[in-house]
Design a protein around this ligand. Sequence first.
Ligand code: SF4
Ligand code: SF4
Length: 143
Amino acid sequence: MKSSIVMLIFALAASAAVFTFNLGTVEGEFYILEIQSKGAVLASVEKTDGAFPETLEVIEAFFVIPENCIGCGICINECPVDAITMTDDNIALIDPEACINCGMCASACPTSTIEVVDSADCQLFGIDAEGNEELIQEELEVE
Ligand code: SF4
Ligand code: SF4
């Protein structure tokens, strides 16, 4: 019975789109770039051969806003495809590649802290060698 429910959810779930963000010219001594939304890291890339790539992709999946998560684990039990795990800091984390965008976790979350990625809310951050984080750009350009 459960497997048929999961198959129905798969059929009804929207396929996730992908946002391709232009990173532009990055000034500063960073070794990692991150696309973040509301404190959640959605994608990251390390500098290779002295340069960053020109673009970075973010899957339009559900994500957890870290500062609002109380670590109750309800979303983990709701997810039909086991796309959610708990971090060492007791914050739920959704694997965007596994998420089928059914929305069941968001409906069940008692703190309403699970949302779908909105490209208008994404920002570019840089991480330096000491782990310090700096906002590089708001309102990123989508290809
Ligand atoms: S929307 Fe939530 S419950 Fe549904 S697949 Fe994605 S992480 Fe799992
Ligand atoms: S249901 Fe909401 S508050 Fe509970 S662990 Fe999941 S994201 Fe965090």
